[in-house]
Ligand binder design. Structure first.
Ligand code: THU
Length: 160
């Protein structure tokens, strides 16, 4: 038997002001999207903004449903819209922010497993890693240079 070690690297900024200017702008788009989320059930509002290689910024937010599983996360709302509108564009960067109406989220909120799998699909499709930045409402911002750091040893089309 052999042991297999998988290394993931993430970077932490103390606050949004410490991130590059283009990320501050992208996160601002995510914040604006977050504030328009439809999340009456969880009261947990999430926004995501994508920078595409054609210069467009696409944003999305979580859309909940009385039949809970019918709702969709912010990240997938945004990437599926980007895929629908610009099928040949590559996603370069993603900014994600979450704010709860119950308490202030002060820690970075990472994308859920299903969103990681969906973002992974686009990395494979475009053969280009996606920079991912995520935060709560305030506080630290985490950065990953690729989705692969958040979903090591993932399943993709090469496994089919
Ligand atoms: N949510 C997202 O939008 N993105 C994630 O990655 C995690 C969870 C949403 C789904 C649901 O509307 C609410 O947050 C609570 O789970």
């Amino acid at each position: 038997m052999k042991e297999l070690k998988i290394e993931s690297k993430l970077y932490v900024f103390d606050n949004l002001e410490d991130t590059p200017k283009d990320i501050q702008k992208l996160m601002q788009d995510a914040i604006e999207a977050r504030d328009k989320a439809y999340a009456p059930y969880s009261r947990f509002h999430v926004g995501a903004a994508l920078l595409l290689d054609n210069g467009e910024i696409i944003s999305g937010n979580n859309q909940e449903n009385a039949s809970y599983p019918s709702g969709l996360c912010a990240e997938r709302t945004a990437i599926f819209y980007a895929g629908a509108k610009y099928p040949n564009a590559k996603i370069v960067k993603i900014a994600i922010t979450a704010a709860s109406q119950n308490q202030k989220t002060k820690t970075p909120i990472p994308p859920c497993g299903a969103c990681r799998q969906s973002i992974a699909e686009y990395e494979t499709k475009q053969n280009l890693p996606i920079e991912i930045y995520f935060m709560g409402e305030v506080g630290k911002v985490m950065k990953s240079n690729s989705l692969a750091n958040l979903l090591p040893f993932g399943f993709d089309s090469s496994n089919l």
